[in-house]
Each structure stands twice: as structure tokens, then as C-alpha cells.
Design a protein around this ligand. Structure first.
Ligand SMILES: *[C@@H]1O[C@H](CO)[C@@H](O)[C@H](O)[C@H]1NC(C)=O
Ligand SMILES: *[C@@H]1O[C@H](CO)[C@@H](O)[C@H](O)[C@H]1NC(C)=O
Ligand SMILES: *[C@@H]1O[C@H](CO)[C@@H](O)[C@H](O)[C@H]1NC(C)=O
Ligand SMILES: *[C@@H]1O[C@H](CO)[C@@H](O)[C@H](O)[C@H]1NC(C)=O
Ligand SMILES: *[C@@H]1O[C@H](CO)[C@@H](O)[C@H](O)[C@H]1NC(C)=O
Ligand SMILES: *[C@@H]1O[C@H](CO)[C@@H](O)[C@H](O)[C@H]1NC(C)=O
Length: 770
């Protein structure tokens, strides 16, 4: 898996790793071996049972491999607490053999996964110009006091001011975690950052080269510090990036306690977070006592029983922990969303109402881009302006020159000029470095048609600005029509209350759900573009090796950044409503989300066309509403297990999650009590059941709905009266196909239950069987 942010330093690292990798192709591979649930499921774990369980796992492998030594050497993790199994290095034939033993529930390769501020909380309504309004969820949740938020990521930079513990009381006694310093004695925890651990055996088994510096939870990448501080960083006045976006930095739950689980390391073949480590981290987080886990990483869709994230998170959710994940940065491709299991909250990314405008001035006109570049061009001077293709190096392809890839520009042709490069393939900041290296005076980075209007403010290393596709076209026709075109780039500044906001980021991965399309993914969207949060001082803001700058706060973009926004809000809701289940919290967030922007128009995608639930799920998070949703669609662990039965998983696959006998009658997949309704293959009609639970005042709710095109909905009954808290009422929704041709591709409607004050909204997504 990889962390899900859009900064793409992978290509150059990749090349290096391929060189290092190629000679030794291992015969042995690492696997995760599942042995079903522990018999005393949910009992208080102890060191003694850990030891006994480890021992019995060794004995089992010994008997299978018929060698004591081989077994001792090959196991590198023993999961003894919630997950029964181990991770081991085995030959392929051995793995094949082992899979046949009746004790073995499943065996799957230890695969790698990829990793996928200051203004966003005001944009979300939690604060207003530094004040906390009465209706803010922060008030009711006491800023998330004493909720414990963990993240699985690249570790943490403990020295960051966002993790200072001034004014925090003693660590909650239920906390059982540790501060794993090992080879990094300067590492520390405190009453804010209460725990940190690292997991690297799965990485080493997956091909990573580790040395003593890997025995530390310290974040030398920046990603983990950024995500953890976004979820729960303390208030830090005067934070900003290179003088931009000044303000008080803070996380969503500023008074939460934090714990870092380092599972992501420098990429090996583009993979950096391995299943065996992810499972070990989930196990530790459960026994340490975290309340919320933020997981900004993901891989390709795979069956739930053979992937560390769905398996580990199922155990976490079974133990009352809410798990929030990122949707991925593979958008806007259809069906690109990752983290598909229904027990996860899966988060897309969108913009907020802050920009860092930097204009390109040309002729008598100008176009607005965005940048965080500290470099400026002399005022009142225009520079020769060219397309990067016109500075192509003799030994480069036109395509590489268009993208300003390393070595593609000729200094003779670029020197002293402003060069326009096209976005894509290589890192955005690296393109600027290429122009700078070729002696260019500045860079204009233009989107291609696929990225449209989404522009990202980066800390470029030369005067540079990032512009939309449409503006790029304007500049092209200016270039076409002028004999000696000249231009300049203005110094960026911070602009607030920009419109429209939010709109969806082009990179945000899109539905439908590739594994089981009956579950809408992503679930929700949150700010994920140009997010300012704490950063490591062991890496440059751009993640590129030539960049020698070190800064305490950085601006990053990606679904990795939107995920911890939701994790922070989940933490607040856990503080405000400790009695709510994780699914009730998820329902509260989803049914209260908004689908309109700050112009009161439907939320747009990055080409400024109307977006839909495959972009944003239920919509854009509205935390103050989520604290009082009125009604929730709740779910139990049994509901999820029945759902797995209905998906066709057999009993041994299901016992990867928990020993369970499927009911005789298989449920309809669409009947999972999810806060959205999705029907991927409608023939004639379908009747779906849902159950609402009252978590507010007594009241009578009426249904209203908007039919998807070509489909007619009916709801029974259309009124539900709740007289007490916790009361549950069932209703059905029938979807009837009226015009098949209208619904050849997905069509969208909605259902709202309203008592006049609370609106409990669900998107309806339907496609006819073709
Ligand atoms: C450990 O490995 C890292 C990353 O490969 C490298 O940068 C560092 O120099 C190594 N340190 C030691 C002490 O070998
Ligand atoms: C932000 O802070 C920096 C450094 O303190 C300062 O130079 C800059 O002018 C400030 N910007 C704004 C917009 O306040
Ligand atoms: C082209 O040649 C230059 C100078 O020899 C070199 O630095 C650059 O990397 C080469 N570019 C490519 C794409 O091979
Ligand atoms: C600029 O000119 C080129 C070739 O003359 C043409 O292909 C292109 O469409 C023109 N672009 C614009 C935006 O006018
Ligand atoms: C935005 O939506 C329109 C209409 O559905 C679509 O054609 C376009 O490709 C979308 N753009 C992006 C970036 O998703
Ligand atoms: C369950 O399904 C898997 C994969 O199809 C198969 O290998 C296994 O034998 C099945 N187990 C049982 C108990 O049916």
C-alpha cells in the first residue's frame, strides 16, 4: 500500500529501488497465516496467554514444516490478542501445503500497500474567526477531550509544537500503550502524544532494507505527522507555510490524546506499508485502547479476507473502535476507489474556501493560478514566455519536454524565460526544479483536460504558479498569436472565502465499489487540497531530495489529508456521545452531510460539472449537524458477518473475521442497514428494508424523495413516529424500473426523513441490468 497524497516523488525513488532490487529474486516469500478466531474472543489479553498462543503457533508450524528450526526462523509476527495467526517467510510450495491443513482459515501474501491546517475547521463551521460558536461540535465535545486517536502511517515527529501537552491532565488510565524508543533515545511521548510504536518486519520480509534507524516510530517522511496533527493536533498560534496561510494550527479534536503506529517506510517498488505490519499495528492499537483509527493508505481492491486493512479494521470495529480510511488518489477514473469494506468510513477529498493566488500576467490580461512559492520575479518586468516543448533538449522526446521531465529541457533555449509545463506523470515541484536547473526564470504549470480546474498550491523552488486547463488554453492562444510573447508571475498571497467551495479534487478516487457495488464508496468527502498541518523536520516540504528546506508546517494535498479530518470529527462525536456505536457515528456523519457549495449550488467536480455520490458519497461533512442527526442507521458486528455470508464467503473465509455460522436464509446485499442505498443491477423492481434508530428528541418523521432518472421510488410507511430514545422503526423502499434506457448508466436520487428540524438524508444510486 502507499500513503495517499498526491506528491509524486515515487518515480525517481522507484528507479533507484529497481536498480537495487533486480539481482536477488527471492524464492521465499512472506505470508500471513490465519488460524481462525481465538477461543476466548474478547477476553482480557495477558502476557501469559500471549506466550501460550505464540508457543502453540510455533508448534503448529513445526508440525507442518517437520522442522523445529525452520519454524522458529520463519515466523516474524505472532498475532495473539484479537487476530489468531502469524506472519512467516515460506516457500510457495510450503504455503500451498499449509493452506490444506484444517486449522488454516486462510493464507495470503504479505503485500505492500501505498500511502495515499489551519483554515479547514472554520470552513467546516467548528470555529468562526478564532471564536467557537455555540452550535459548534467543539463545545459539546469539549474539543475531543481524552478521546484517543491513533493513526497507521509513517510515524510522528514528536518535537512538533502540535504535540505539546500544556494544560493536558494525566493520561487516561485505560491507556495500555507504550512509547517505543528503542534505537532513538531522543524520541519521546507526553500527555498529548501518549504512545508510539513501529512495525517493520513485514516491510523487511516484503523486500525493504532495514537498518538500526528503522527501529523507531520517528517520522522522517512527514506524511504521518501531517495526518496525525490534522486529526488531533493541539492549538498552535502563528503557524503557516513559508509565511502563507498564517493562523492557529489545530486538529479536528485539539484536546484528544494521540498515538502513532508506524507501518509505512521508504517505498519498495512503490509499496511502503505491508499487510503483516498493518495487522500487527491494528492488534496493538486495539489492546492499547485507542478509540479512533485514521488510516490514510490503501491498495488495489481485493477480497476482504486476504487484505490487512479490512481484516485488521474488522477486529478494531468489533472492539468498538471507529476506523476511518482514505478513498485513494486514483481519480477521476471510474471505479478507482479503495478501502471498500462496509465497516470502514471511506473519505474522498475536496477543496475549501482558501486559495493562494498567484497570477500570470501577459499582454493586457492575467489568469489566476495558485502557489506557495517564496521566490519572486522583479516587479514591472516581463520575461520571454515559451512552451516547454520549445525548449526541448536534443536527446529528449517531445512528450517528456511537454511534461518537463528530468533532463528534457535545453538550457540554451530555456535560460531567462518563463516556461509553461504540463501537469502529470512527474511531480509538480520537480517540474519547477527542472526549469530552474535549465536556467528558467519561472514556471507556469498548466493542467491537462483530465485535471481541469483543480489547482494545487505547492512550495515551488522558483517563481511558479499552477493554472487550470482553460487558462492554459488562453495562454496557448496568446503564445500562438504573439511574435515575441512575454509574461510575468506575481507573488502569491492568502485569499479567503473563495467560491465555489468545496468542489471535488480531480485526484479523489471515484465509485462505484469494485468489490461489492451494493455498498456506496466513498462514503463522504472532506477538505484534502492544500491542507496545512505539522510536518517532520527530517524531510523537505516537497519530499524531493534536491530541496534542502526544512519547515515545521507544510501544505499537502490528497485523500490522505481528508481522512484525518473525518477521524478528528469521529473523535469529537465519541466525546460528545460515548454511548453511540461506530456505525451510529458514521451514520450521523453521512446523513447530515451537505451536497451544496458556498454558492448554494450542487457540489461540482473539478471540471465544474455537477458531481455525484460516486465523487462524494453522501456529501461534504457538516460536523455541527452530525452531533444531532435525529435518527441513525445502526449496524452490529452480526450484520456485517451476515453480509459477508451473503457475499458468498464460505465459513472458513468468514472465520478470518470471527467464527460464525451463516444463517439459513441469506440476506439481500442491498438490505445491509447502510446510510445509503445502491442497486447495481435493477431488473423490474426491488424492495429494500432499512431500520432507523432514534437518538434525538421524540418526534414524527416523514419521508420525501427524489427519483433517480427512469426509476420510480415508493416508501412504506411514509411516516415514522418515535416516542423514546433508542427506539427502532423499520421501513421499506421499493425501486421500480420505469425506463431502462434512462438508467443504463448509474442514476442518482435521494431519500430524506424529516421531522421539520432534522433531515436524515441518503443518496440513492441505481443502474439497470444491461
Ligand atoms: C539506514 O538506511 C537509510 C535508508 O536506506 C540510510 O539513509 C541510512 O544512511 C542508513 N543508516 C545506517 C546507520 O546505516
Ligand atoms: C505570515 O507570517 C509571516 C512570518 O511571520 C509574515 O512574514 C507574513 O507577512 C505573514 N502573512 C500574513 C498574510 O499575515
Ligand atoms: C540529455 O543530455 C544531457 C546532457 O548530456 C543529460 O544531462 C540529460 O540527462 C539527457 N537527457 C535524457 C532524457 O537522456
Ligand atoms: C496553437 O497553434 C497550434 C499549431 O499552430 C495549434 O495546434 C493549436 O491548436 C493552437 N492552440 C490554441 C489554443 O490556439
Ligand atoms: C466532471 O463531470 C462531467 C460530467 O459528468 C464529466 O464529463 C467530467 O469528466 C468530470 N470531470 C472530472 C475531472 O471528473
Ligand atoms: C472456501 O473457499 C475457498 C476459495 O474459494 C476454498 O479454497 C476453500 O476450500 C473453501 N472452504 C470451504 C470450507 O468450503
Amino acid at each position: 500500500m502507499k500513503t495517499q497524497k498526491t506528491i509524486g516523488f515515487l518515480p525517481c525513488l522507484l528507479a533507484v529501488f529497481f536498480l537495487l532490487q533486480s539481482p536477488a529474486i527471492a524464492v521465499k516469500k512472506s505470508y500471513v497465516v490465519y488460524l481462525g478466531g481465538h477461543s476466548s474472543f474478547g477476553a482480557e489479553p495477558s502476557a501469559l496467554t500471549d506466550e501460550l498462543r505464540t508457543e502453540s503457533q510455533y508448534e503448529l508450524l513445526e508440525s507442518w514444516l517437520k522442522s523445529k528450526e525452520k519454524a522458529r526462523d520463519s515466523i516474524f509476527y505472532s498475532y495473539t490478542r484479537f487476530i489468531n495467526g502469524f506472519a512467516a517467510i515460506l516457500e510457495e510450495e510450503e504455503a500451498q501445503e499449509i493452506s490444506k491443513y484444517p486449522e488454516v482459515v486462510s493464507i495470503f501474501p504479505n503485500r505492500g500497500h501505498k500511502l495515499h491546517t489551519t483554515r479547514s475547521w472554520q470552513f467546516l463551521g467548528l470555529e468562526e474567526d478564532g471564536k467557537v460558536p455555540m452550535e459548534s461540535l467543539w463545545t459539546k465535545a469539549r474539543f475531543g477531550e481524552d478521546v484517543i486517536i491513533g493513526n497507521l502511517d509513517t510515524g510522528v515527529w514528536p518535537e512538533s509544537e502540535s504535540f505539546r501537552d500544556e494544560g493536558m491532565g494525566p493520561i487516561p488510565t485505560r491507556w495500555k500503550g507504550i512509547c517505543q524508543k528503542d534505537e532513538d533515545q531522543k524520541f519521546f511521548c507526553n500527555r498529548k502524544l501518549i504512545g508510539a510504536r513501529y512495525f517493520n518486519k513485514g516491510y523487511a520480509a516484503g523486500g525493504g532494507t532495514v537498518n538500526s534507524t528503522f527501529n523507531s516510530p520517528r517520522d522522517i517522511d512527514g506524511h504521518g505527522t501531517h495526518t496525525l496533527s490534522t486529526a488531533g493536533g493541539a492549538f498552535v498560534p502563528g503557524a503557516g507555510v513559508l509565511g502563507f496561510g498564517n493562523g492557529t494550527a489545530k486538529g479536528g479534536a485539539p484536546r484528544a490524546r494521540l498515538a502513532a503506529y508506524k507501518v509505512c517506510w521508504p517505498p519498495v517498488n512503490g509499496r511502503q506499508c505491508f499487510d503483516a505490519d498493518i495487522l500487527a499495528a491494528f492488534e496493538s492499537a486495539i489492546s492499547d485502547g485507542v478509540d479512533v483509527l485514521s488510516v490514510s493508505l490503501g491498495g488495489e481492491p481485493s477480497p476482504y479476507f486476504s487484505d490487512g486493512i479490512p481484516v485488521g479494521s474488522f477486529h478494531a470495529v468489533s472492539n468498538g473502535i471507529a476506523v476511518v480510511t482514505s478513498a485513494g488518489n486514483s481519480g477521476p477514473a471510474v471505479g478507482s476507489v479503495s478501502n471498500l469494506a462496509p465497516w470502514l468510513v471511506t473519505v474522498g477529498a475536496s477543496t475549501m474556501d482558501r486559495e493562494f493566488p498567484s497570477y500570470v500576467i501577459f499582454g493586457t490580461e492575467r489568469v489566476k493560478g495558485q502557489s506557495l512559492s517564496m521566490e519572486s520575479l522583479p516587479k514591472n518586468k516581463l520575461f520571454p514566455f515559451i512552451q516547454s516543448m520549445d525548449a526541448k533538449a536534443a536527446n529528449s522526446s517531445l512528450q517528456d519536454a511537454e511534461l518537463c521531465k528530468i533532463g528534457s529541457l535545453d538550457p540554451e533555449k530555456a535560460k531567462g524565460k518563463i516556461v509553461m509545463c504540463t501537469r502529470g506523470v512527474s511531480d509538480r515541484v520537480e517540474k519547477g526544479e527542472v526549469v530552474k536547473f535549465a536556467g528558467g526564470a519561472g514556471m507556469v504549470l498548466a493542467n491537462d483536460a483530465s485535471t481541469g480546474y483543480e489547482i494545487i498550491a505547492d512550495a515551488h523552488v522558483l517563481p511558479a504558479t499552477h493554472i487550470t486547463f482553460a487558462d492554459g488554453q488562453k495562454l496557448l492562444s496568446f503564445l500562438n498569436s504573439s511574435k515575441s510573447p512575454r509574461a510575468s508571475i506575481t507573488v502569491p498571497f492568502t485569499a479567503l472565502d473563495t467560491k465555489p467551495a468545496p468542489f471535488m479534487a480531480a485526484f479523489s478516487s471515484r465509485g462505484p465499489n469494485a468489490i461489492n457495488p451494493e455498498i456506496l464508496k466513498p462514503d463522504i468527502t472532506a477538505p484534502g487540497v492544500s491542507i496545512i498541518a505539522a510536518y517532520t523536520e527530517a524531510n523537505s516540504p516537497t519530499d524531493l531530495t534536491f530541496d534542502k528546506r526544512r519547515i515545521p508546517y507544510n501544505s499537502l494535498s490528497g485523500t490522505s489529508m481528508s481522512c484525518p479530518h473525518i477521524a478528528g470529527i469521529v473523535g469529537l462525536l465519541k466525546s460528545a456521545h460515548p454511548e453511540w456505536s461506530s456505525s451510529a457515528i458514521k451514520s450521523a456523519i453521512l446523513t447530515t452531510a451537505r451536497t451544496h457549495d458556498n454558492l448554494k449550488e450542487p457540489i461540482k467536480n473539478s471540471s465544474l460539472s455537477t458531481a455525484n455520490p460516486f465523487n462524494y458519497g453522501s456529501g461534504h461533512v457538516w460536523p455541527n449537524r452530525a452531533q444531532d442527526p435525529g435518527l441513525v442507521y445502526d449496524l452490529t458486528i452480526e450484520d456485517y458477518l451476515n453480509f459477508l455470508c451473503a457475499l458468498g464467503y464460505n465459513s472458513s473465509q468468514i472465520s478470518t473475521f470471527r467464527p460464525y455460522n451463516c444463517p439459513e436464509k441469506t440476506m439481500l446485499l442491498e438490505d445491509l442497514n447502510y446510510p445509503s442505498i445502491t442497486v447495481p443491477n435493477l431488473v423490474n423492481s426491488i424492495t429494500i428494508t432499512r431500520k432507523l434508530k432514534n437518538v434525538g428528541e421524540p418526534g414524527t418523521y416523514s419521508a420525501r424523495w427524489r427519483n433517480p432518472k427512469g426509476v420510480v421510488m415508493s416508501v412504506k410507511p411514509t411516516r415514522l413516529a418515535f416516542v423514546k430514545i433508542g427506539e427502532e422503526k423499520t421501513f421499506t423502499v421499493t425501486l421500480r424500473m420505469k425506463n431502462k434506457d434512462d438508467a443504463k448508466d448509474y442514476v442518482f436520487g435521494s431519500l430524506v426523513w424529516s421531522d421539520g428540524y432534522h433531515d436524515v438524508k441518503s443518496p440513492i444510486t441505481v443502474k439497470s441490468l444491461v
